[in-house]
Design a protein around this ligand. Sequence first.
Ligand code: PHE
Length: 527
Amino acid sequence: MTEPRAQWKSKMGFILAASGSAIGLGNIVMFSSNAYKYGGGAFYLPYFIALFLVGIPVMIAEFGLGAFTKKSFPMAMRQAGGRVGEFAGWFAILNAGLITMFYVTILGWVVGMLIRAIAMEDVSQGFAPGNTVWSDLIRGWLPVSAVAIVWGLNILLVSKGTKTIEMAVKVFVPLMWVAMLVLVVVGFFLPGGFDGMQNLFAPEPEVLFNPDVWRGATSQMFFTLSLGFGVMTAYASYLPDHSDHSHNAITTSLLNCGFEWIAGVAVFAMLFAYSQLPASGTLGMMFTVVPSGIAALPFAVKIFGVAFFALLLIAGLTSSISLVEALVASLQDKFQMPRGRTLAICAVVGFLGSTLFALPILIQVPAEGGPPGEAPIGLMLLDFMDHWAFGYGLILVGLVECLVIGWGIGAQNLRKFINQRSRFQLGAWFDVLLKFILPILLTLLLTFSIMDQDILKETVYGTGITTADGAGLWNSLVEWSPKLILGLWVIGCGLGAWLLSGATGADLDDRAVEEEVAEIQEEGGLL
Ligand code: PHE
């Protein structure tokens, strides 16, 4: 038999690890960029509704699933929903693997910027509005070595599973709270910063009728809470038997969203202090808008420049290690391979993928209403993959997991299991939510996205790029790249999940869940 399953040393260790996973690049920059895109104060109503309606319940379900089965995501989903469940579980893990690849690439850019900020003599010049530090960086090969460094750090921090992860989060998570609080204080000192902050809270109710805002808020919720990746289930599978899952889920979600709001306040302050009004995507926010804000500080520019990128790096690392752990644990639970070898395989494949997204080779991209611009191919591929893996993958996984947990194990049985260990008792609303409301809601959102963004446009997202010279094999390859990425996503995740779920692996007593459910029901019927 294999060794007993690893366990977190303390409840604190688990909460730090789970909130460290949740708090990441999504909190510091993606939230502000979304809030900005959808109209500042307009975003927070959909956001809060998504938090209470989708975020917290799904996190309770993911924690509950991991604790109930003591397995990482695919095998846990297998126990809950048979082969179909396992297929969905692997789909989630492979989708998460693709997201890990570009998440690490972005962290590689963060390392590059950190090095520049440390080396730069006058950061206030280098980071000033209109600077090209980042666009120069991604046009060179330095990020590829930076990606290797980030993978190296991940290997180190995940090498002994919960043991090394717990050590890392005990240092990193408190540190990132301190760094974020410092940045907010800085925001207050910026001329106009305070007005910027208020913008985050100025309501714009008409936006609520735009379904796109609701989709944005729901995707943001899945990503920021690390849901739909199988991560929270893997982490919860290392909990001791009598942990309070509802309480853990509520604490983790509120810590995450609290951090996100504080970060939003800081970023909005910088945004408005410098009237950087052109809407900026996540990457623009991270690599140009916020650095410009820092550059204009009246004091200690260098320290804050370095602190901002160091914050992004540690927040991102506590997230990426959870992704890597979820991957490694899934393969280990299925194939019972030794940890070192499994980690090595994941890291090599991951490094190759991250390198692809860091490629600096330049191509021509169409620009609306102007001459085409140039961008590195890695950045474009990242954008295409983000569209599918993030835009659709997470909500798709969320939908299927609600169905598998809701109807497979039975939401009422999981609720009973959770309630037996919990101070806060979940009511029957939890069952209705998992079985009916969330599946319907998520199906509507998915249908809306597909119709609105892809099918009606009758073109694959991202088509229309060419190379500078415009002919030959290389050019056709580039033109085909949006379709290749779509294919990689569908075939990589779909076919991969089909093969992995069909492969013979660890003996799984498929009756285990039925027996456990029966036991739960015997103990005094349903609540
Ligand atoms: N929650 C992380 C963020 O906000 C992203 C992430 C998702 C990390 C899933 C790990 C697992 O950046």
